[in-house]
Design a protein around this ligand. Structure first.
Ligand SMILES: CC/C=C\C/C=C\C/C=C\C/C=C\CC/C=C/C(=O)SCCNC(=O)CCNC(=O)[C@H](O)C(C)(C)COP(=O)(O)OP(=O)(O)OC[C@H]1O[C@@H](n2cnc3c(N)ncnc32)[C@H](O)[C@@H]1OP(=O)(O)O
Ligand SMILES: Cc1cc2nc3c(=O)[nH]c(=O)nc-3n(C[C@H](O)[C@H](O)[C@H](O)COP(=O)(O)OP(=O)(O)OC[C@H]3O[C@@H](n4cnc5c(N)ncnc54)[C@H](O)[C@@H]3O)c2cc1C
Length: 581
């Protein structure tokens, strides 16, 4: 915090990589500086912002975002915490009526935060208006003791991010002023009447914002992992490529190139998609402030799609990088284990991926049906009902591959929608029919999302004007990305008839050539991510390549090496050795 202040960097703008470099196993302030700060900025009205934002910026108030309960995470409408308006005192009474209503998970809630944005079911004049956000003080701002009526704690060790204090929270008829309801979009007036928002999902805005932030952070985390694994692969020599010849760098093996290069490409694909979603988010935020919510559904769906794909890709990519480093990838000082544990949680939090993909699928099916009826649909899904013929692009050109993605995606949506109709005819219930088709629906969402990511990668690379040579390397990388994802999804392309078996083997051949062509670019590409050694924090990935020396130096720091004979020898081993057991 002191360093950021010294350099005049608001914490909100400090990149996740910088934060990760200092707190590799989780940061107790991350939800304060991200979700809490965003909720105040986007859900509080100007008067409330004047009241709380300066205090939050000075870290006098440290907040968290308390939505998930022990019984409900995904199903936000099912939250049980209540906020009942008392017109006598002009207060809301917050209460946790059941064990399942206990708030559970919020980052920093256990010990760090003294306030929270709490999502609770709003009741006024005897009616429930669904989940709404409230600013709630949890601890005394001076003594840090939890306040009467607030029951707080930490939830215990997790797979990773254990230096963050994820917490639990219960309320016992805890009273807060009426004006603590975040009132930018909806209000409860003094007489208890409810003023509804211009769109009833505006109170979910902080989740949308965070999903977009997660996409960006996933590209950074994956960039760290590929940097470590690629540099290590250039230093590590193992086995014989040609019998009797010296051991080659492991990066010479085609299988190693196949493990790393597609994930280097993935960093760019995620990064370019993140930029595009961020642009859209800014446009939507500007429109909302003018009272226009037309593009909100598109932003919601795109952020769900990109959050799901980027968290899945980066988590798998980091694990592949760890495995690509053999045994040394398993050691904590490689940096890879903490990258994995702090990234795999992005698959679950801020909307579990399957659930988010089903949101995307719902939108695809609705848009497809609307398109068939000639109703207007938003630009990103117009292709679903556009004529599904290949255009005049040269066979197997990048443009032709993008068209193959587009047509295969449209084809899968069409096929799944027919299955949904058949199932509906059998079940006579849309929701049961939907569930019976949900595996196929998730595949539709994944293919649509991959199409979007491929398209963004290609269009961004094609627009690079600064350097022909840089563009040329990125074009090869983009080509590798397209072909790699086509080979992983061959079934969809064969089913749609967009690519033949011969096309697929031609593309596969080209992919192997690209691996060899890109091999000399692997180290320069990751060097260009420009991570300082301090940021990477890896014995395997440091810039100077002194892998073995660093591993050895790090081992000396193990607490077990402080003495030659450990305490455990005297306490357990020696008695065991003498016991004749
Ligand atoms: C260690 C850190 C390392 C890296 C992190 C880096 C960067 C990130 C920065 C900071 C973050 C740090 C830590 C994060 C910690 C985690 C925090 C959390 O997890 S907070 C809790 C998050 N919870 C969720 O995301 C819950 C998921 N569930 C939902 O969002 C919704 O309920 C769901 C999308 C499932 C919708 O459910 P459904 O039953 O369909 O609902 P509903 O009736 O509500 O929807 C009907 C209608 O509304 C549309 N809709 C839904 N949501 C939105 C929305 N947000 N905006 C616009 N529209 C929405 C929905 O599509 C449907 O539309 P139609 O009727 O089809 O038109
Ligand atoms: C590290 C971490 C940090 C977190 N930080 C916070 C925080 O700061 N604040 C906060 O409020 N919350 C936080 N959370 C909670 C997080 O948002 C939830 O865990 C997440 O939204 C998933 O909800 P759940 O745990 O209830 O899973 P569930 O919804 O119970 O999911 C379990 C399984 O059920 C499936 N499922 C659920 N619903 C459906 C459906 N409709 N259709 C098909 N399948 C379904 C899912 O796909 C999944 O396979 C955090 C969680 C983690 C792991």
């Amino acid at each position: 915090m002191r360093k950021l202040a010294e350099h005049n960097i608001p914490l909100r703008e400090a990149s996740i990589t910088q934060v990760h470099s200092v707190l590799r196993d989780g940061n107790p302030l991350i939800v304060h500086t991200s979700m809490f700060a965003n909720a105040l900025a986007s859900l509080a009205n100007p008067k409330q912002q004047q009241q709380w934002v300066p205090l939050a910026e000075k870290n006098r108030i440290i907040g968290t975002y308390a939505q998930t309960e022990i019984g409900h995470g995904t199903f936000v409408r099912g939250l049980e915490t209540t906020a009942i308006f008392d017109p006598e005192t002009k207060e809301f009474v917050l209460h946790s009526p059941t064990i399942t209503s206990t708030k559970w998970w919020p980052g920093g809630l256990g010990k760090t935060a003294n306030a929270a944005i709490v999502m609770a079911q709003l009741y006024t004049q005897g009616k429930c208006y669904g989940p709404h956000p409230f600013f709630v003080q949890l601890r005394d701002f001076d003594t840090h003791h939890s306040l009467p009526g607030v029951i707080l704690g930490e939830i215990g060790p997790r797979l990773g991010i254990n230096s963050q204090d994820n917490g639990y929270l219960r309320f016992d008829h805890y009273r807060i002023p009426r004006t603590n309801m975040l009132m930018r979009h909806s209000q409860v007036l003094e007489d208890g009447s409810y003023v509804k928002p211009i769109h009833n999902k505006l109170s979910y805005g902080t989740m949308v914002w965070t999903r977009v932030a997660i996409v960006h952070s996933c590209s950074k985390k994956l960039a760290c992992a590929v940097t470590i694994a690629t540099r290590y692969s250039a230093v590590r020599h193992q086995s014989e490529l040609v019998p009797g010849k010296p051991e080659p760098q492991i990066l010479e093996y085609q299988t190693q190139q196949y493990k790393l290069l597609p994930h280097i490409a993935s960093v760019f694909a995620i990064l370019f998609s993140a930029s595009s979603v961020l642009r859209m988010q800014r446009n939507v935020a500007a429109s909302i402030s003018k009272g226009n919510v037309e593009l909100l559904p598109e932003l919601h769906i795109l952020s769900c799609a990109m959050k799901a794909l980027s968290s899945q890709d980066s988590t798998q990519g980091i694990e592949t990088c760890r495995l690509a480093c053999g045994g040394h990838g398993y050691i904590a000082s490689s940096g890879l284990p903490s990258l994995y544990t702090s990234t795999t949680c992005t698959i679950t939090y801020e909307g579990e991926n399957t659930v988010l993909l089903l949101q995307v699928a719902r939108y695809l099916i609705k848009s497809y049906r609307a398109g068939l009826e000639g109703l207007p649909v938003l630009p990103s899904v117009m292709y679903l009902t556009a004529p599904s013929a290949m255009h005049q692009s040269p066979p197997l050109s990048n443009q032709a591959l993008i068209e193959a993605f587009r047509i295969s995606s449209a084809n899968l949506v069409k096929e799944t929608e027919s299955r949904l109709c058949r199932q509906f005819n059998l079940e006579q219930n849309f929701h049961y029919a939907w569930n019976r088709c949900s595996v196929a629906l998730v595949h539709c969402a994944e293919l649509h999302s991959r199409y979007y990511m491929c398209e963004k990668f290609l269009s961004t690379v094609e627009s690079i004007r600064a350097s022909d040579r840089v563009r040329s390397v990125l074009q090869d990388l983009c080509r590798l990305y397209l072909i790699h994802h086509i080979t992983l999804n061959q079934g969809h392309f064969l089913r749609s008839g967009t690519l033949s078996g011969v096309d697929l083997s031609t593309l596969e051949e080209e992919m192997y050539e690209l691996l060899a062509k890109l091999r000399p670019q692997a180290v320069p590409l990751v060097d260009a991510f420009d991570f300082r050694d301090e940021l990477l924090g890896s014995t395997l990935g440091a810039w100077d390549g002194r892998v073995y020396e660093r591993l050895y130096e790090e081992a000396q720091k193990s607490p077990l090496n402080k003495t030659d004979v450990s305490k455990a020898y005297h306490k357990y081993l020696q008695p065991l050795m003498k016991s004749n057991l």
